[in-house]
Design a protein around this ligand. Structure first.
Ligand code: CU
Length: 181
C-alpha cells in the first residue's frame, strides 16, 4: 500500500487536473436559487446571495424554475431592475422553467413581473466575464431575444452538458491510453 505505482497514478493525476481546468472554464448551466428555484423570497435578498456564490461566463445558461402563471422572468435594464419597473422589459418568459443564455460580457438583470414580487427581492443580477475556452463561441450563436422562443430550454440546458460529457470521455480515453504505456 505504501508503494505507490507512480507510473500508473501520474496519468490519472494529469487527467483529473485537465478535467478540473476544462470544467472551470466551460460554459455551465445554473439552476437559479438552487433547490428553491425562482420564487418570491420571504425575507432577505437570497438571489444576491446566490449570485455571489457563483462565477459566470458568456455561454452559461441560467434556468429559472417556477410554475407558469405564478411568476415570470423578465430580462430588464439596470434602471428597471433598481426601480422594479415591469413596464418595458427587454424580454419576458412566462413559462417555467425558463432558460436564459448569457450571450454578452457584463451585467444582466432579471426580475419577476408578477404583482410586487420584484419589490420583495425576486430579482437577480449577475455579471459575466468572457469564457476562456470558447471566445468566439461556436456553440452559442447570438440568440434573438424573442420572448416566446419555446424550445430554447432543451437546447440551452442540453448543449453545454453534452459538450462537457464529450470532453470527459475524451480525457478518460487519453488517461486509459497513458496507462497502457
Ligand atoms: Cu414572482
Amino acid at each position: 500500500m505504501m508503494e505507490m505505482n507512480y507510473h500508473l497514478v501520474m496519468p490519472w493525476i494529469v487527467v483529473l487536473s485537465a478535467i478540473f481546468l476544462v470544467r472551470s472554464s466551460l460554459a455551465a448551466t445554473y439552476n437559479v436559487g438552487d433547490s428553491t428555484g425562482w420564487a418570491t423570497p420571504t425575507g432577505g435578498d437570497p438571489y444576491a446571495t446566490w449570485a455571489s456564490q457563483h462565477t459566470f461566463v458568456v455561454g452559461d445558461v441560467l434556468v429559472f424554475s417556477f410554475i407558469s402563471g405564478s411568476h415570470t422572468v423578465a430580462n430588464v435594464t439596470r434602471s428597471a431592475f433598481d426601480g422594479c419597473n415591469t413596464g418595458n422589459p427587454l424580454s419576458v418568459q412566462t413559462n417555467g422553467p425558463a432558460s436564459f443564455t448569457i450571450d454578452t460580457v457584463g451585467s444582466h438583470y432579471f426580475i419577476c413581473t408578477i404583482l410586487n414580487h420584484c419589490s420583495l427581492n425576486q430579482k437577480l443580477t449577475i455579471t459575466a466575464t468572457a469564457s476562456t475556452t470558447n471566445a468566439p463561441s461556436p456553440r452559442s450563436p447570438p440568440r434573438a431575444p424573442s420572448p416566446n422562443f419555446s424550445p430554447p430550454l432543451k437546447n440551452g440546458v442540453g448543449a453545454p452538458a453534452m459538450a462537457n460529457r464529450t470532453i470527459y470521455l475524451m480525457l478518460m480515453f487519453i488517461g486509459f491510453l497513458l496507462c497502457l504505456n
